[in-house]
Design a protein around this ligand. Structure first.
Ligand SMILES: [Ca+2]
Ligand SMILES: [Ca+2]
Ligand SMILES: [Ca+2]
Ligand SMILES: [Ca+2]
Length: 495
């Protein structure tokens, strides 16, 4: 069942729109008031349904979508996030009202807790926690979305003595270009210290995944290819794809171009850690350059954009697409500090919000609510690289919006613990669903005697009157040219 009413009804002669009418009809679907409120330039909260998809969770972080649309969520059971047992929970919302239908079922348990990322590639599930003692676990999906997962193997990341400030925590997976039954796994090994080039090395090893071995340099993103034979998995081609990074903990591939986008966490302040030296970043590697030589260098530690002033220091290396400053004023505005996950905007989000990237900021490490002045969720418009706070920091009952997942029409956001404290925040985890109730508009342009329609998402429909009957326009794609005749005709897109 699809409750999203159509938007973008256009008459190529009169060019009329019924968007306002549609928006009014949607009010009936609104859920009761919840903690998370959204805003921003051009953002109309009435165009979204925001629900508490799931509450009372134990440190949810790492979400992926199963084949039937249900969610697989990594959770960590224990009073403290850092001393917990990890499991993977399947949450189903069969009636699509924005609320998971029950507490969920466990598809896998027995992982070391402190889980941070979960991704699915082909029939394999990849899940990891952060740092030493929390390997990357590879699991296999069962025959049905509800089937338990089975263990394939684990890849250990081995750290030297003495600690590592930014160990592995984030994952991304893509199909290996030009190779079937194969996926590329991306993960970071960030900097050992706050503000120094890393000289120590770590390594990967695995008793169960042949080929998963090699030395890792710090300040990096790595790629490892995993070949799935059906019964077993082997690894090859450990490749350093980026250097000069402090802690790139969130990755996303552009759904069309395949370009790799990732954040980098700026240098903590040398006087006050919470007043950073350098701005957090959004960076990109074009698809054709992922894993190609030479390794792309992104500047850390000596090259960065200064926090607040925007001064470009050093200037070597690939400059970021965005260096995040407080909004709307970099000296007096709201802060966003400590990016974690990033996700592309849902393609069915409204105009102005469907061509960009959401970035979740953890903010103050153990604080939430009005005490966390840095935990914004930021939207970056990729057409302009302008950005704004989609949710403000300091919202009551919002801790750390660290986990993000995009579907066609929804952004799922995991709050690790609404109280903010990772030492005693068990049972306070939350997942929000922000679902778009309107589609991107159909644009019209006169071309000679014709009208050209273009749209970025959905199926084009036509009707003789606004009230229907609507029929799919078959075998067309955007842009689509319509003859401007004497009869009225209405067009819209549907999900
Ligand atoms: Ca439901
Ligand atoms: Ca930082
Ligand atoms: Ca701050
Ligand atoms: Ca940089």
């Amino acid at each position: 069942m699809n409750k999203i009413p159509p938007d973008s009804i256009l008459n190529p002669r009169a060019i009329s729109s019924l968007a306002a009418t549609v928006a009014v009809l949607l009010q009936a679907h609104f859920s009761p008031a919840i903690a998370l409120s959204i805003h921003g330039p051009g953002v109309k909260p009435g165009e979204f349904r925001i629900t508490t998809f799931a509450a009372g969770l134990n440190y949810p972080l790492g979400m992926a979508r199963l084949s039937d649309g249900s969610l697989l969520v990594a959770t960590s059971d224990g009073t403290s996030y850092w001393n917990s047992n990890g499991k993977l929970l399947r949450l189903v919302d069969a009636d699509q009202d924005g609320f998971a239908d029950g507490p969920g079922t466990v598809l896998y348990s027995g992982l070391t807790g402190g889980l941070t990322s979960l991704r699915i590639g082909g029939n394999l599930v990849f899940v990891t926690g952060q740092g030493s003692g929390r390997p990357i676990t590879i699991l296999r999906l069962g025959v049905a979305p509800a089937s338990p997962l089975t263990l394939v193997g684990q890849i250990h990341i081995n750290y030297p003595a003495g600690g590592w400030l930014h160990p592995h925590s984030g994952l991304a997976v893509r199909p290996t270009p030009g190779r079937s039954q194969s996926h590329d796994l991306f993960f970071q090994l960030g900097s050992q210290a706050n503000f120094a080039a890393t000289t120590s090395t770590a390594s990967i090893s695995s008793p169960t995944i042949p080929g998963a071995s090699g030395t890792l340099l710090g300040d990096s993103i790595y790629k490892l290819t995993l070949i799935d034979s059906g019964n077993s998995v082997s690894a090859t081609n450990l490749t350093r794809v980026a250097s000069g990074l402090r802690n790139p903990a969130g990755f996303a591939f552009h759904p069309v171009t395949g370009d790799l986008y990732f954040e980098d966490n700026g240098i903590d302040g040398l006087v006050d850690a919470n007043e950073p030296l350098s701005a957090d970043e959004l960076n990109v590697i074009p698809a054709a350059d992922i894993g190609s030589a030479p390794v792309r260098f992104f500047g850390f530690p000596a090259n960065y954009t200064a926090y607040r002033t925007g001064t470009v220091v050093g200037g070597q290396g690939v400059q970021p697409l965005v260096a995040f400053q407080p909004q709307p004023d970099r000296f007096t505005g709201e802060e966003s500090e400590g990016p974690n996950d990033i996700a592309f905007a849902p393609p069915a989000f409204p105009d102005g919000l469907n061509n960009g990237i959401f970035v979740g900021f953890h903010g103050k490490f153990n604080l939430g609510g009005t005490d966390n002045e840095e935990n914004a969720l930021v939207f970056v418009d990729l057409a302009t690289t302008n950005y704004f706070h989609f949710t403000s920091p300091r919202q009551p009952d919002v801790g750390h919006l660290d986990g993000l997942l995009t579907t066609a029409d929804s952004l799922f956001i995991a709050d690790l613990t609404t109280g903010g404290n990772l030492d005693n925040g068990s049972g306070l985890g939350m997942i929000y669903q922000i679902k778009s109730l309107v589609l991107p508009s159909v644009r019209v342009k006169p071309v000679g005697k014709n009208i050209e329609l273009s749209w970025s998402y959905g199926t084009l429909q036509e009707a003789g009157s606004v009230s229907g009957q609507w029929n799919n326009v078959t075998n067309v794609s955007s842009p689509y040219s319509v003859e401007a005749g004497s009869q009225q005709k209405f067009f819209r897109t549907r999900n």
